[in-house]
Design a binder for this molecule. Structure first.
Ligand code: NDP
Length: 341
């Protein structure tokens, strides 16, 4: 009998928070690569908040996963068979194999990872998409200057943790916002932010005002919701707001009319705010700069990272549901298979 592989498909489009029955695990035979193809075995699977958007069929910058389709994801995979002259058996590659143990690829979009340079999981973390999101959003849109105040929420997570540490490297003050005492202690003590506030405790606005006596010059928007409402009155003239994500709203079922659009627009004008949304792929041309700087900072210990690992492909749905609620403490990864077989 052919060796069995597993995949997780989207069984139904979630309404509000995703639930276990929105996913289905399926078995299939490990496929055989045709001419020009490689067979990939997944080692690490990246779970990221954008996947909630791929589960819905509303208007978006990306096409949704079809019902019955394999959930999309970036992976670190091993080439275990190759009929493609550009890749050899044993190569470790950055791929988009999705939520499955094995996948075929024609080699397009695969890039080789050198396991000697850094742990291979960092290719989907601090040295991959989330790290590049932090780097480009903060430096190209936020443009933090020495002694300015930078605020970021989801501060212990994949993107936020890098944002605050890069802000410090650029000489700015970094104030984090995170859910819970342990995350806040980590952000301050291990990552070296100047302060970190727990958004689950009351009076966030007043505590933020105290932590930012000179106001806020850069607000790296990761969450929206109550955090943005606390930040908004503290924005300085000429503040910059890279709008990276709005995770507090990803499970909203209907678009709400903005409560205070008038006040926001007035502030954009009178405070001359720059608010710019971005998708990391907008900055693809910065990839070499990012890899050069970030790998240096990681090697020198100036940027630290934390990974939060769940075991086995079957853990992905629950881990993803947890990610939307802050159950992860660091970059959410799923270990699908061993580094070596
Ligand atoms: P994280 O590792 O930060 O995990 C998500 C975190 O969001 C949770 O751990 C939780 O942290 C926080 N969170 C969830 N709900 C709320 C809420 N209601 N209020 C405040 N915080 C909340 O994920 P990433 O670093 O991968 O992503 C961070 C953001 O960046 C997301 O919005 C994501 O969509 C966005 N992103 C955007 C990209 C782009 O190209 N524009 C690319 C990559 C990511 P806590 O417990 O601390 O509250």
């Amino acid at each position: 009998m052919a060796e069995q592989a597993q995949r997780i498909v989207l069984a139904s489009r979630p309404v509000g928070e995703p639930k276990a029955s929105d996913f289905r695990i399926e078995e299939f035979s490990v496929p055989t690569p045709a001419d020009g193809q490689v067979l990939l075995r997944t080692i690490w699977l990246s779970l990221d908040p954008y996947m909630r958007g791929r589960m819905s069929d509303g208007p978006s910058y990306a096409t949704p996963v079809p019902i019955g389709g394999v959930m999309e994801a970036g992976t670190v995979s091993e080439v275990i068979a190759s009929n493609n002259p550009n890749f050899a058996k044993g190569d470790i590659v950055l791929a988009r194999a999705g939520w499955q143990t094995h996948a075929l690829s024609d080699g397009k979009g695969l890039s080789r990872i050198d396991p000697k340079l850094a742990p291979v999981s960092t290719a989907i973390g601090v040295l991959g998409m989330p790290g590049m999101t932090a780097y480009t959003g903060l430096l190209d849109i936020g443009k933090p200057q020495p002694r300015e105040t930078v605020v970021v929420a989801a501060a212990s997570g994949a993107v936020g943790s890098a944002v605050g540490q890069i802000a410090k490297i650029k000489g700015a003050r970094a104030i984090g916002i995170a859910g819970g005492r342990d995350k806040c202690a980590f952000v301050k003590q291990e990552l070296g932010f100047d302060d970190c506030l727990d958004h689950r405790e009351p009076n966030l606005g007043a505590r933020l005002r105290e932590a930012c006596p000179q106001g806020i010059d850069v607000y790296f928007e990761n969450v929206g919701g109550a955090v943005f409402e606390a930040v908004f009155p503290l924005l300085n003239a000429f503040a910059r707001i890279p709008v990276c994500g709005l995770i507090a709203h990803y499970n909203d079922t209907e678009a709400k009319a903005p409560k205070w659009a008038d006040g926001l627009m007035r502030a954009v004008l009178t405070k001359r705010l720059t608010i710019r949304g971005f998708i990391v792929s907008d900055f693809a041309g910065r990839r070499d700069d990012f890899l050069r700087d970030m790998s240096t900072w990681v090697r020198e210990g100036k940027v630290k990272y934390k990974e939060f690992v769940t075991e086995g492909l079957e853990s992905a749905p629950e881990a993803f549901m947890g990610l939307l609620k802050g159950a992860n403490f660091g970059k959410q990864l799923v270990r699908v298979g061993p580094d070596e077989i």
